[in-house]
Design a protein around this ligand. Structure first.
Ligand code: ADP
Ligand code: MG
Length: 257
C-alpha cells in the first residue's frame, strides 16, 4: 500500500514543485511505483513532469469534484511515474468545494482507491494554507517541508506547524512531519548556516542530512518538461535528488539496491 507524502510550505518559490517532480522521478528510478498529484492551479508540477497542461482532459479538478477517478485522469510520463495533472480549472475548485459534502476528504477518498497500485504518492501543494492544501494534508500520511535557509523561514515554519497541529486534531490524526529538506542550499552563506543550525536545534533529526544545492540544471529542467534526472543525470542537482530519495527510503526501512 502506498505511503502518501504531501509537499507543503505556504511560501512560494521555496522548491516544493521541484522536490515533488524530482522526488517522484528519483523514487521511480529506484524501482518504486509512484503517483504524482499536482494540487496547484499553476500546474507547474504537471508541466515539469512533461505533461502539456492545456491538453489535459481530466485533471485533479475533476477528481476533487468527483467527476472522475484517479484511474481515468492519470497518465504515465517519461520519468517512469504516473501524474494526475492540474491547470487553471483548479482555481475554481476552492469555491466549488465549499458546498460539498466532506470537502476536506475528497482527495483522500480518491487516492485511497488507488493506494494498492503504488508504493508512493507525492502531492504537490499550492503556496497557501487553503482548502486545496487541506485536502493534501488530509490525504497524506506524512509531510515533506522544503525550505530555504533564509531569515524569515523559521517564522513561516511555525505557522505551518500550527496548521498541521489543527489538521492532526480535527481531520487526520495520523499525519506527521517526515522531513525538512533544505533547498537552494548555499554552504558559503553565513546566514544559511546559521538558519540551518537553528532549524536542527528546533526540529532535530526531522532535518534531513541531504541538502539540495542551488543548481542551474534543476532550474532549467522544467523548461524541457523533464525531471533533472533525465535532463542531466550526472549533475549535482540530479545526484542530490537521488540522495534525498535514498535517505527517505532508508529512514523508512526500505532497502535501496
Ligand atoms: P515552489 O513550488 O515552492 O513555488 P519551485 O519548485 O517552483 O518552488 O521553485 C521556484 C523556482 O526555483 C523555480 O524556477 C525552480 O526551477 C527553481 N529551483 C527550485 N529548486 C532549485 C534548486 N535547487 N536550484 C536552482 N533552482 C531551483
Ligand atoms: Mg510550486
Amino acid at each position: 500500500m502506498a505511503r502518501v507524502y504531501v509537499i507543503a510550505n505556504q511560501k512560494g518559490g521555496v522548491g516544493k514543485t521541484s522536490i515533488a517532480v524530482n522526488l517522484s522521478a528519483s523514487l521511480a528510478h529506484y524501482g518504486r511505483r509512484v503517483l504524482l498529484v499536482d494540487l496547484d492551479p499553476q500546474g507547474n508540477a504537471t508541466t515539469g513532469a512533461g505533461v502539456d497542461k492545456s491538453e489535459i482532459e481530466r485533471s485533479v479538478y475533476d477528481v476533487l469534484l468527483g467527476e472522475c477517478d484517479v484511474g481515468a485522469s492519470r497518465r504515465r510520463v517519461e520519468g517512469g511515474f504516473d501524474v494526475v495533472g492540474s491547470n487553471r480549472d483548479l482555481a475554481g475548485a476552492e469555491v466549488e468545494l465549499i458546498g460539498m459534502d466532506k470537502r476536506e476528504y475528497r482527495l483522500r477518498t480518491a487516492i485511497d482507491a488507488v493506494r494498492a497500485d503504488y508504493d508512493f504518492v507525492v502531492i504537490d501543494c499550492p503556496p497557501a494554507l487553503n482548502m486545496l492544501t487541506v485536502n493534501g494534508f488530509t490525504a497524506a500520511d506524512a509531510v515533506i517541508i522544503p525550505m530555504q535557509c533564509e531569515y524569515y523561514a523559521l517564522e513561516g515554519l511555525s505557522d505551518l506547524v500550527g496548521t498541521l497541529r489543527k489538521v492532526k486534531q480535527n481531520l487526520n490524526p495520523a499525519i506527521e512531519i517526515e522531513a525538512l529538506v533544505r533547498t537552494m542550499y548555499d554552504p558559503r552563506s553565513t546566514l544559511t548556516v546559521q538558519v540551518s543550525d537553528e532549524l536542527k536545534r528546533h526540529y532535530g533529526d526531522k532535518v534531513f542530512d541531504t541538502v539540495i544545492p542551488r543548481n542551474i540544471r534543476i532550474a532549467e529542467a522544467p523548461s524541457f518538461g523533464k525531471p533533472v534526472l533525465l535532463h542531466d543525470p550526472a549533475s549535482k542537482g540530479a545526484q542530490s535528488h537521488l540522495a534525498f530519495a535514498r535517505e527517505l527510503l532508508e529512514r523508512s526501512g526500505h532497502a535501496v539496491a
